[in-house]
Design a binder for this molecule. Sequence first.
Ligand SMILES: [Zn+2]
Length: 141
Amino acid sequence: MAQQLKKENEHCAICGCLLNRKGKYAAPTVQGRAHATKHHFVAERFFGRSANRKGNVRSRLFEKCPWGLEGEYEVFCYECHEILLHNPVFTREDIAAFAKLARRKQLDEPEKTKSCEKLAMRVQLLHQVIERGIKTLMNEV
Ligand SMILES: [Zn+2]
């Protein structure tokens, strides 16, 4: 069940800032930077939907959500959602290493087929990288 959008003293799920719901979304001000915005844990497009282009149906990447989070979301500030979550940094070395990992797991596709199964597996592999990276870093602090 999706959580309610409006709460008293609502805070960003990442940075913990007090969220603003009084306008000025994305303005270069404290109010704009702290504006509330929801983000799906697993992109809607993976389930054949598009939040930005309603009515534009894609094929489902996942028949069943591997994480059991289809349609679920969290609320963040503008900065954590639009700047942090939508723009992860991958260096050239990161990409080369991930490509090598994908090849080792036979998830590369020198020739595309009609199947999106390997893409779905690469999505899950990238999530494993994030999950394990967080666990590793948590053990260091
Ligand atoms: Zn935040």
